[in-house]
Design a protein around this ligand. Structure first.
Ligand code: SF4
Length: 383
């Protein structure tokens, strides 16, 4: 089978070149062509030896993900929907700001964690993405944006692994993808500008700290175990005390001296003054010294099956004010791309539902009808 070169970090690509009988250092040239210049055709990689180009054309490819849809918001936010086969699709979102361009990347088709407030979680889990499929989202976005803006300068300065899926439940594919993002011959992003967001897969937080300590965001969403058990079912396996201990252990390796806690504001569920007090007590009181952190409040993006409502603006502001007054730096996430609105994962879920419906219909056998005189024919469907 043809090798997908987007599956390899630089070390993996060097080993691949060696297996083809070429020097390992050729991988640096090849890696730069692919990731820095966005070139997929080996014959266009003009400083590579002809025999290597010929061999690569036989056994390898740079496998982009087919784009099913692209939506551009009036505020410049762009959402791509990528086809990952078998009726599954994943989303990536580019968010331009004055001083940065952030790409939100997916790590799984669906998600097994099943958070109550998350559209992706409601779809269930289909499969892990490969390293190549994670990297392909960045590869496409970066080079499509450069072409659009007619620039050879880097457009994406930050990556957040906050799209569909729990990245730390796909660690084997995630770690090489992070190395491609950080590599100076790849995208050259600093560790501070690559963020992995987790719902709290404690053992893999330790692995990440050892292997590739990028910035960490933790989806908290509740100030106590009883509520978090409901909202983030993974909490039943790794409760808050264990999760906060893992955050404290992560900090010495982290590129920033704080952990970001994400908190999705749900009307009447986790957004009252009493919840704010409990959250302060948790974050400042853990193990008697607290966890150095920032809190990011996220306005909930409603979707039909959730049965949840977005907190009123005043409640979000009051919550933020109370945390800030207690010395916990708290921000409210700006909503972006409202006119291409759809909760993260919703668009992909719609594709999946349509595809499943089409597959179900295709599996049915259409039996030709005997047309009775005077009656209009209609297909008869047998399961
Ligand atoms: S919030 Fe993240 S971890 Fe939770 S279900 Fe959604 S994608 Fe999975």
């Amino acid at each position: 089978m043809t090798a997908n070169l987007l599956d390899f970090d630089l070390e993996g690509l060097a080993a691949f070149c060696e297996r083809l009988g070429h020097k390992r250092f050729r991988a640096v040239q090849l890696f730069r062509w692919i990731h820095q210049k966005g070139v997929a055709r080996f014959w266009d990689m003009t400083d590579l030896a002809r025999d290597l180009r010929a061999r690569l054309a036989e056994v390898a490819e740079v496998r982009a993900l087919p784009v099913l849809a692209e939506q551009v918001s009036a505020d410049g936010t762009i959402k791509w929907l990528f086809d990952v086969g078998d009726g599954n699709a994943v989303e990536s979102v580019f968010i331009p700001e004055d001083d940065r361009g952030t790409l939100c990347v997916s790590s799984q088709a669906g998600c097994a964690v099943g958070c109550r407030f998350c559209s992706t979680g409601h779809q269930g889990f289909s499969r892990n993405l490969t390293t190549g499929e994670i990297v392909a989202q960045l590869w496409h976005a970066e080079h499509a944006l450069r072409r659009r803006l007619a620039t050879s300068e880097r457009v994406i300065s930050n990556v957040v692994m906050m799209g569909m899926g729990e990245p730390l439940q796909n660690y084997a594919a995630l770690a090489p993808a992070l190395r491609v993002m950080l590599d100076d011959h790849g995208y050259g992003l600093s560790r501070r500008r690559v963020t992995v967001s987790t719902s709290g897969v404690v053992p893999m937080m330790e692995r990440l700290a050892q292997d590739c300590p990028v910035a960490l965001a933790v989806s908290l969403h509740a100030p106590d175990d009883a509520l978090r058990d409901e909202l983030v079912p993974l909490n039943r396996k790794y409760p808050l005390a264990e999760l906060l201990d893992a955050c404290l252990r992560y900090l010495p390796a982290a590129p920033r001296d704080f952990i970001t806690f994400e908190y999705c504001m749900l009307d009447g569920v986790n957004d009252t003054p009493a919840h704010a007090e409990r959250l302060i007590a948790l974050l400042r009181g853990h193990r008697g010294r607290g966890v150095p952190c920032k809190v990011n409040l996220i306005p909930f993006n409603p979707f039909p099956q959730s049965g949840l409502r977005r907190s009123p603006r005043e409640a979000v502001k009051a919550f933020a004010d109370r945390l800030n007054a207690a010395g916990i730096v708290t921000t409210i996430r700006k909503t972006r791309g409202d006119d291409i609105d759809a909760a993260c994962g919703q668009l992909a879920g719609e594709v999946r539902d349509r595809t499943r419906a089409a597959q179900r219909l295709a599996r049915r056998r259409v039996v030709p009808l005997r047309v009775e005189r005077g009656r209009s024919p209609a297909p008869e469907v047998a399961s």
